[in-house]
Design a protein around this ligand. Structure first.
Ligand SMILES: O=C[C@H](O)[C@H](O)[C@H](O)COP(=O)(O)O
Length: 235
């Protein structure tokens, strides 16, 4: 099995395992990204088969909304409900304390709102996302209002970070978020205290939200392939 096939299988299996945890008559936060896409697909399949009934989804992005519609999951909004029972979402890095870096798909602002409100937030990742220390493999995404991007990048440099504006692929110019903002990806040599850094960054005028999710995740489901066999374990 190629590495690409193994990653796809891990994502599918962990998405399936998370979808199995959704119960009837619940409000479900629908995360963003390639791993959560499988969870959305499997929730839709359970609804279609009648195994699951009366689910309402709250999407965290344009992508999640499109997938929910494709797989027949009825949607609602935070104005219509007073709670979220469960949220399922991916991550770019997970540390041993279950803290996360998210935002590889530029969706971390809406994700943090929905995931934080959920009574249970389940993270779905393949084993390659597990790290000893946040920031070791992935740059930290920060969503910034366009008119503030230059002063915010200078302020991030003063904090010891190396910021770069995220550029589009198959699109000229920068990535634009679902909110119409820009994303600055930041390399920090070491993130000693993720909780402090999360607050410090969000305090910079012009920053909307950053991708550090501290004390938000309840359950981490990790997809692995061991001796050719896909398995899912819980952290
Ligand atoms: O902005 C995107 C999200 O935070 C994703 O959940 C994260 O980037 C993980 O995505 P994937 O499952 O595609 O690796």
């Amino acid at each position: 099995m190629s590495d690409t096939d193994a990653i796809t299988i891990m994502k599918q299996e962990v998405g399936r395992a998370a979808a199995q945890r959704v119960q009837s008559n619940t409000i479900v936060g629908l995360g963003t990204g390639s791993t959560t896409a499988y969870a959305i697909q499997f929730i839709g399949a359970r609804l279609k088969s009648g195994e699951l009934q009366n689910i309402k989804g709250i999407p965290t992005s344009f992508q999640a909304r499109v997938l929910a519609k494709k797989y027949g999951i009825p949607l609602t909004t935070l104005d219509e409900v007073d709670h979220i029972d469960i949220a399922i979402d991916g991550a770019d890095e997970v540390d041993p304390q279950k803290n996360l870096i998210k935002g590889g798909g530029a969706a971390h602002t809406q994700e943090k709102i929905v995931d934080s409100l959920a009574a249970q937030f389940i993270v779905v990742v393949d084993s390659g996302k597990l790290v000893d220390s946040l920031g070791s493999t992935f740059l930290l995404p920060v969503e910034v209002l366009p008119m503030a991007v230059t002063p915010v990048m200078k302020a991030i440099e003063a904090l010891g970070g190396k910021p770069e504006l995220r550029m589009g692929v198959k699109k000229a110019g920068p990535v634009v978020t679902d909110q119409g903002n820009l994303v600055v990806d930041v390399k920090f040599d070491r993130i000693e205290n993720p909780g402090e850094l999360e607050k410090t960054l969000n305090n910079l005028p012009g920053v909307l939200e950053n991708g550090l999710f501290v004390n938000v995740a309840d359950v981490i489901l990790v997809g692995e392939v061991i001796e050719g066999q896909p398995t899912v374990r819980e952290l």
